[in-house]
Design a protein around this ligand. Structure first.
Ligand SMILES: [Zn+2]
Length: 212
């Protein structure tokens, strides 16, 4: 079983699951920002605005239930040129869900996403909380490109404030990093200050922000 680790995902964990995307090593100054749990009207439009200001492309791991509720938001994400990935329909915790139920929920989410977004290759999938049981990822691996992260911003954590979140996200991000944020009601207050500052910091250093 696998799950969250603080800030930087340890290399030994990454090496246990080499078929997952943890980062995209590159000699160029590129960062891959990812946003989980949306789309929601309280957060996603603001995130899109900030990304547009910096001509940044990102990857949104969407909850199917939210996509169904807010079709105009998912259209906006796609129209702005971002990548969309599967985050299950009900944001299920793989550790607490049978393989059958989990796969069904992933499928439901994909059916909704397919209405709005055309994948080039295998669709992308990120398990909620990064939690999967062995049987789940064995099966998912055949149909999806599983995407994890190597930098956790901690934007969801009540234990850290916005300035710590920003400082740590900057400290651990480097070329090719996949950075995890959330476009959600719980995180948007923090993200309001963290995201524009993060984008400004790395833009000034010559970084580009690309989608997966
Ligand atoms: Zn999530």
């Amino acid at each position: 079983m696998i799950g969250y680790f603080p800030y930087r995902t340890p290399k030994w964990l990454q090496s246990l699951f080499p078929s997952f995307i943890w980062s995209q090593p590159t000699p160029e100054k590129v960062l891959y920002l990812t946003f989980d749990d949306g789309p929601v009207p309280e957060a996603t439009p603001m995130v899109l605005d900030y990304l547009n200001q910096y001509e940044a492309k990102a990857t949104f791991f969407c909850v199917g239930d939210n996509v169904t509720r807010y079709p105009e938001l998912i259209r906006q994400v796609v129209d702005d040129g971002h990548t969309v990935g599967n985050h299950t329909f009900h944001h299920l915790d793989g550790w607490k869900t049978t393989k059958q139920d989990f796969m069904l929920d992933v499928k439901m989410c994909q059916q909704v996403l397919d209405q709005y977004y055309q994948c080039d290759g295998k669709p992308l999938m990120r398990p909620p909380y990064g939690r999967l049981k062995r049987a789940q990822w064995k099966t998912l691996n055949q149909q999806f490109q599983i995407v994890m992260w190597n930098v956790l911003s901690g934007d969801f954590s009540k234990k850290i404030d916005a300035s710590t979140c920003l400082k740590q996200s900057i400290r651990y991000s480097q070329s090719g990093s996949v950075v995890l944020f959330h476009d959600s009601i719980k995180t948007i207050d923090k993200l309001k200050s963290v995201l524009p500052n993060f984008l400004r910091h790395f833009s000034q250093l010559g970084f580009k922000f690309q989608r997966l």
